[in-house]
Ligand binder design. Sequence first.
Ligand code: ZN
Length: 260
Amino acid sequence: MSIIAIGGLFVVLTWLELRRPLRREVEPKPVRVARNFTFAGIAALTVQAVEIPLVRPVAILTASRGWGVTRALPPWLAVAVALLLLDYTLYVWHVLTHRVPWLWRLHVVHHVDRDLDASTALRFHAAELAASVPWRAAQILVIGAAPDVLALWQTCVLGAILFHHANLRLPAALDRALSWVVVTPRMHGIHHSAVREHTDSNWSSGLAIWDRLHGTFRDDVPQEAITIGVPAYSRPADVTLERVLALPFIPQRPSWAERD
Ligand SMILES: [Zn+2]
């Protein structure tokens, strides 16, 4: 069911992107989408082979033992607080993927896409997904997220990340109003800017409140002024499928230094 909903959302967003693009794209869309779909396929295999077998038993055990900080709450409140805390700790994880050098080495694969659209939301290196598994297990154990709550949150987050990666020009007032609640395409466009001070903002994935609370929210960069990507990998030859798949495992250039 959730696969059909997520697939449907992707198709709708891609149709809207063609009608109302937010930023001019620099690479041919079919080539990029094919590349990002390859990542999505590898990511799906990684989730099936690594994440589900390790994380689901943790959620089942956590639920059966009554572990986690939400367990003392009434059931409806426990679900709401668990969803909030899962979303907040994903914000923290995203900050870590930028701040911890070996995690950035993996997360950079997501950022070197030279355009940003719904297909970018599916483009995470398998090594980054694998690295996130212990964090996910810790989230579940500490928060006390039951398997159904975890599944609900994962579907919501996937929908949210498809939406905010979309190259979709919402009316500016609507984008601004929505940015009080959820991450919007304009917000996330700033996070994918090739200027480091821009990238170091808008780290939320689901709810936008985490950036608001931490003072990391930015909406002051016009999308026309944004170059998407990472300066060290700004040429088409830098971002071919083979090079980007290999990127975590080869010597990397300093990300924010301009290419000579
Ligand atoms: Zn990021």
